[in-house]
Design a protein around this ligand. Structure first.
Ligand code: PXL
Length: 287
């Protein structure tokens, strides 16, 4: 009988937004396609995500979170990666600290996506105290994945939408590294007109990757990017290669959604692109 590789294990602390592809409805299918078993510690269940919809329902699961992961601990579950995304309250940030205490190991990879805003503004449920709490989570991360808005709030510097020059990217990454994470991936950089991508810094050097830009915004692309980045790294790819794969896949999904005329708040049409992601990952193995 053919022997299959065992999946890597990751645990995601994120909300489940019923409609509008983001957070867990993105992380689960993408990481599964990349050969990662994703265990979910849901922070809230919403009818839709909070960007672009009004009247959404929000069932807060803060009280369930600690008993949830203490059960995992009792069962002796171990994770190769811990992955946090959208977190809805200060109390949840404290719980995630204790979740890290329980599950971080010398070998584990902690990816904190400091989800809190976009286009220079914080999302509706976020304020300065949340920013402070997210900073404290970043301090315990191996990798953080802020967009330019999140980078500005994390570092207490003005939002600069046109991050074009490598010196500027390097300065922001260094400020982010000073918060404590080992590596930074800054998304939404524009090193030249008509190009959009990401820059990573591992504490030694900056690497920028920005293919030609598809001029359309979609909600949830940050979650697509971060999930592919994590899947790449768990599959053995370097930070740089994982970032490139995440940028390429996100762009492909945006192109596909644009061709389909998909509403920006529905998230990207990534489903039909998953086979492509699997091919990309195969081509990248151990690079
Ligand atoms: O993709 C980020 C995200 C995740 N979860 C919820 C959100 C958002 C962005 O708006 O509202 C609930």
């Amino acid at each position: 009988m053919q022997k299959f590789q065992k999946p890597r294990q990751a645990a995601a602390v994120q909300d489940l937004s019923g409609f509008g592809r983001c957070s867990l409805t993105v992380a689960l299918p993408i990481l599964s396609a990349m050969g990662v078993q994703l265990s979910c510690l849901p922070t809230a269940v919403l009818s839709t995500h909070t960007g672009g919809f009004t009247g959404y329902t929000f069932r807060d699961l803060t009280e369930d979170m600690e008993p949830f992961f203490r059960h995992w601990q009792k069962e002796n579950f171990r994770f190769d990666a811990l992955y946090t995304g959208y977190l809805g309250s200060l109390a949840q940030l404290d719980i995630v600290q204790r979740f890290f205490d329980a599950f971080q190991t010398k070998e584990s990879l902690t990816l904190v996506d400091p989800v809190m805003g976009d286009h220079g503004v914080l999302y509706s449920r976020f304020d300065d105290r949340m920013v402070q709490g997210i900073r404290a989570l970043c301090a315990r991360a191996d990798v953080i994945v802020p967009n330019l808005t999140e980078a500005a709030f994390l570092t207490g510097t003005p939002y600069r939408p046109e991050m074009q020059n490598e010196r500027e990217m390097e300065a922001v990454c260094e400020k982010l590294l000073a918060l404590g994470p080992k590596k930074v991936v800054l998304t939404g950089v524009r090193p030249q007109d008509g190009h959009l991508g990401a820059a990573c810094h591992d504490g030694k050097k900056l690497h920028v990757y920005a293919p030609p830009h598809v001029p359309k915004q979609y909600d949830g692309t940050g979650d697509v990017f971060a999930s592919v980045l994590l899947g790449g790294m768990l599959g053995g790819c370097s930070l740089e290669k994982s970032m490139e794969m995440a940028a390429d896949f996100t762009r492909i999904c945006v192109e596909c959604s644009l061709m389909n005329g998909t509403d920006m708040h529905h998230g990207v049409d990534f489903e039909m692109c998953l086979p492509r992601l699997m091919e990309m990952q195969k081509g990248q193995e151990n690079s």
